[in-house]
Write a protein that binds this ligand. Sequence first.
Ligand code: F6R
Length: 599
Amino acid sequence: MCGIIGFVGADGTRALDVLLTGLSGLEYRGYDSAGIAVADDEIQVLKRQGEVSSLEEALEEQPLGTEALGIGHTRWSTHGPPSDRNAHPHTDTDSRVAVVHNGIIQNYQSLRTELTEGGVTFESETDTEVVPHLIARELDDGLDHETAFRAAIDRLEGSYAIAAVFKGSDTVYAARHESPLVLGIGDDGHYLASDVPAFIEYTDRVIYLEDGEFARLSADQIEITDEHGESVEYTVTEIEWDAEDAGKSGYDHYMLKEINEQPAAIRECLRGRLNELTGRVELEELEEISFDGPVTFVACGTSYHAARFGVTLLNRWGVDARAMLASEFTGDSVPLTQDSLVIGVTQSGETADTMRALREANREGATTLAVTNVVGSSAARVCDHVMYIRAGPEIGVAATKTFASQQAALTMVAAVLADHRSRELIQSLREVANGIQQVLDDTTARSIAEVYRDARAYFFIGRQLHYPVALEGALKLKEISYKHAEGFAAGELKHGPLALVGPDTPVFALVTGDGKQAEKTIGNVKEVEARGVPVVAITDGLSDIERYADYVLEVPALEEVGSAIVANVQLQLVSYWIANELGRSIDKPRHLAKSVTVE
Ligand code: F6R
């Protein structure tokens, strides 16, 4: 949610390139406007509503006169609509300082009033603009750049990752509080960004800034200090993926690339964690965890669906567990004790709602576990324990491979927490990667997308482990196609939603195996079919669902957990191809952004 980038180079010639590359690498975080500021004896700012490409076009017409150092921003609007004026960077009245910001400044209204009363005129509607004006006021009082920056930051309440450049200075300043900020150490300069893809092309050596820390970047030095100004010793982490992993590799969209990366992602997620001989899942990350109470999952969106998948398994294996939408979680919404375990499921590890819930759980004394994809993310650092899902970078706004990896990871977490041992389960997990590959090799989803691209609405139904998959199938379709889609527990359809179905609302039914649950879902499908509603069955062919379906999306026959992971891939493909048919902005759907760092 909003991406920031900063760079200071040794030879003073590369800032523009680095900033623009960085902004393109961060666009998944927000894409309604973009801007840059470069600094030497003057600060020059250029910003445009629209995607980074609009900024690039503007730069061609209006080149900036220096390449020394600079900052950039790609925006997901919170305060004020997308416009050139509201785009970052923001400056003070005399353009002595330029600032980019990711997060929300909660007390901006009172600061704005205070500054306005002091004679400041604001150019934008943003919360961010208070920051350069606060800094300028400190400069007027005679403070040097760094002290003025720190003094201004000190006045802020809320969440922020902020970077600033000053007229006549060769240093970039930054601060972080509850919004991500990572520094990059290059051979020829230093970088900062909201996320590693912004500068992975230039360096894989990074430092994750902690809450309350400040950074000062010059061409030859990085200095990190705490809130009292004391130097902080930092750890340099080496990133294990490279620019190619973060690129499109010839696919039209990141989403399609990431759907196709799922076999590899699943293998990586399972690597070294399964023991065929004993039938046990072995997670050293969980060895020290002790709990004696219900397990509470907190998560949002797709990650919440994965959490529900984990809950279903835990309950089935005898452990009391529940999943809560992180935004609904409060200290008193569920009773927590020191014996409770709270699991935050979050791909990015930065989602504000989930982070707040995890911090609250920590305050209540519960044990916390982060199940996340991003090494060094806020969730990983805030929680007592962390398990990485190892899906690799996911750039498409719609979560795909991370959902599959979360399903696999949470199956393993549930097995360990419940001490559930089963060779069949291990075998099923082992077969998932090949099962997904079979689905990827099948082109039926694309044909079905052509048939149903203009449907009025789409419904997804499933039972037990297929229920969260139905929810996820609907979420994926609505976010990238902008069409109405809903997921239901198959048995719930007749309790109300059935009133919505008709000949122009296809129902996608997840039915695998030939047991009782499959039989019941087939019963629900018959109720739909009897009303002239088109049915698409996602099935392994073990039941007779095909008799009642207009089309079939095949999945290989696996044990239930494996089936539910693989079946979801067919739904991802349907969503992708419908959105593609409709010419939607698949990787950057309207109004959305990856990594939602506001509550
Ligand atoms: C949907 C999607 C979102 C995220 C949600 C939580 O495709 O990506 O629903 O799942 O914003 O994000 P994380 O997992 O980063 O906490």
